[in-house]
Design a protein around this ligand. Structure first.
Ligand code: MG
Length: 160
């Protein structure tokens, strides 16, 4: 088994949709980024790549590459899963936390979990998505951005 950790931050701006875990969350502000800026999926991908010893998403999906402009991050996750399978890994579990002052994310967390589970090819019980505020402190508390942490466990596949 191998453990991995991922962390990501994106800035909140007024003229973008807010996409988290593949769910477009109703919000007056959205995350700025080269892709769809899905900070949760980015943290999860970095955890997966980290556990597999395959670097990070900046290496696999460079910001300068126009083919990733506006990219659906769940499609990037599909690519990460191909890399994991090629290297003999499957997902044991993923646990993630979104740090956001607003909007309230609780109604959307189950859909985010389901989206991640489907794309990673595991039962929903192996995926957990949480959200918390930081009590008004720091850049997430000020509503300047949203951050996400993720940890994962990868297991060596016994049959490929
Ligand atoms: Mg990112």
């Amino acid at each position: 088994m191998r453990i991995g950790h991922g962390y990501d931050v994106h800035r909140l701006v007024s003229d973008r949709p807010l996409v988290l875990g593949g769910v477009t969350v109703p919000s007056q502000m959205g995350l700025l980024g080269h892709s769809d800026a899905d900070v949760l999926v980015h943290a999860v991908m970095d955890a997966l790549l980290g556990a597999a010893g395959l670097g990070d998403i900046g290496r696999h999906f460079p910001d300068q590459d126009p083919s990733y402009l506006g990219a659906d991050s769940l499609k990037l996750l599909d690519h990460v899963m191909v890399l994991l399978r090629q290297n003999g890994w499957r997902v044991g579990n993923v646990d993630a936390t979104i740090l956001a002052q607003r909007p309230k994310l609780a109604p959307y967390l189950d859909q985010m979990r389901d989206n991640l589970a489907v794309r990673m090819g595991v039962e929903p019980e192996r995926v957990n998505v949480k959200a918390t505020t930081e009590e008004g402190l720091g850049f997430t508390g000020a509503g300047e951005g949203i951050a996400a942490h993720a940890v994962c466990l990868l297991e060596q596949r016994t049959t490929v």
